[in-house]
Design a protein around this ligand. Structure first.
Ligand SMILES: Cc1cc2nc3c(=O)[nH]c(=O)nc-3n(C[C@H](O)[C@H](O)[C@H](O)COP(=O)(O)O)c2cc1C
Length: 169
């Protein structure tokens, strides 16, 4: 059983973390695309406002089935102190997330606001068992820092799942 890394990224930072993480945890990448296809300006004006209101985007894929994953990782950029509309939609689109060990991360310019708390609460509302949440700054991403610590957290969450899946003697 694998680790599924569900992420959204418009300018590459969140994708970079997800791609560095995947080989460390044996993860499969599931990239979510916002079909609004923002320009730089519309991303700040339209996207930022939608994020602030907690709105959900129209995304591709429209359904994200994690039934076959034992651990789910969700990565979001921070927009106006919030998760992106694409990640709000991705959390709604998850199938099979109930009871699943989950870890969250975000990338930001350094002011993540309540992004991690919001994503954690949304996932808990879907029945996920959220084990941890890690913020990255764009500077961390440039320097390649913090991914090993996130991988350790995910592998510990995964081992917890494996142990609980073992038959009792
Ligand atoms: C619309 C918009 C709003 C943003 N709001 C914030 C913010 O509130 N705090 C912050 O630290 N960075 C903010 N940023 C910077 C991004 O969070 C940061 O560049 C992030 O790493 C982008 O992820 P990506 O490259 O995966 O798309 C914002 C960027 C955009 C486009």
């Amino acid at each position: 059983m694998s680790v599924c890394i569900v992420f959204h990224s418009e300018t590459g930072n969140t994708r970079t973390v997800a791609e560095r993480l995947a080989p460390l945890v044996g993860g499969d990448l599931i990239e979510v695309t916002d079909l609004a296809h923002y320009s730089k300006i519309s991303r700040y004006i339209g996207g930022g406002r939608r994020a602030m209101k907690g709105e959900s985007a129209t995304i591709e894929p429209a359904t994200i089935d994690v039934t076959a994953c034992d651990t789910v990782v969700v990565g979001t950029p921070v927009w106006a102190g919030n998760p992106t509309p694409a990640i709000n939609a991705a959390i709604e689109a998850l199938v099979g997330i109930e009871g699943k060990s989950t870890v969250v991360f975000c990338t930001s310019g350094g002011m993540p606001g309540k992004t991690l708390e919001t994503v954690t609460a949304m996932l808990a509302g879907r029945g996920a068992d959220v084990r941890g949440a890690v913020p990255f700054t764009a500077r961390d991403v440039q320097k390649g820092e913090g991914v090993e610590a996130l991988a350790d957290l995910i592998l510990r969450a995964k081992r917890g799942f494996d142990a609980s899946a073992e038959p009792s003697r």
